[in-house]
Ligand binder design. Sequence first.
Ligand code: C5P
Length: 245
Amino acid sequence: MEKKERLQEKIIIALDVGTKREAVALAEALKEARVFKVGLELFTAEGPALLEEAVRMGKKPFLDLKYHDIPNTVAGAVRSATRNGVHMLTLHTSGGKEMMAAAARAAQEESARTGKGRPILLGVTVLTSLKDEELRRIGFAHTVADQVLRLAVLAKDSGLDGVICSPHEIEIIKKECGGEFLVITPGIRPAWAAAQDQKRIMTPAEALGKGADYLVIGRPITGATSPHEAFLRVLAEIMGSGLNI
Ligand code: C5P
C-alpha cells in the first residue's frame, strides 16, 4: 500500500450528524476518506441500514456504541456488528475481562462463520468527561491517569486490539502495552483549525509521530466549507511533515 493509501485508512471521520441523509452526503463528498465513525446519535436514529449503506458505498464503518453489558449480551452485539460488516467497534473496558474476552471470541467466531472481516475491537478506558473527583465519587480509587493505564493493560490481556485515548496518553500506553497494541485518538486539530471544545489537542502529524495508529477527526473536516478539500489538506499536512508512516 502506498503512503497516501495507508494514511487514508488511518484518518477516521466522525459522522456526528443526526440523519442518514446528512451522513450519506458527507460520505459522498469525502471521496478519499475510507473509515467513518457512527456514534450513538446517528445509530439510534438510523439503525443498521446506515451501516449497510456505508458498506455499499465502499466505506468502512466504525461503530462507536461503547458496549457495556454482561458477556453474553456483548458477545451477541459483536456478532451482529460483524454480520453488518463493521470494520471497528468500541466497548467499555470497565465491563471487565470476561466481557472483553467474550467479545473477542465472538468477533473471531462470527467472522470465520460468515467469511466477513473480523472487526477491530477497541476499548474505551475512562471517559474524558470524568475527572479525578468524579472517579472517586463513583467508587474508583485511582486517578484518571492510573485508571486509564490499568484498563488499557486489562484490555490487552483480554484480547482487545487496542484502545481509544487522548493524544497525550499515546506514548505511555504504547510503552506499557507494546507497539502492536492499537491506539486511536480523537482531540486532533490540524494547525489551521480551531480547537472548539477540545482542550488537550495535537495536530495529526504530532499524534502520528507519537505512535497513534488511527486519528478520529470530526468538525475540522465535516464542518469545513469543503470537507473534501479539508481532508486533502490534512493528508498533505501529514505527508509534508516527513513522518515515516
Ligand atoms: O469534531 P471533533 O474532531 O472534536 O470530533 C471528535 C470525535 O471524537 C467526536 O465523535 C467525539 O465524540 C469523539 N471523542 C472525543 N473525545 C473523547 C472520546 C471521543 O472527542 N475522549
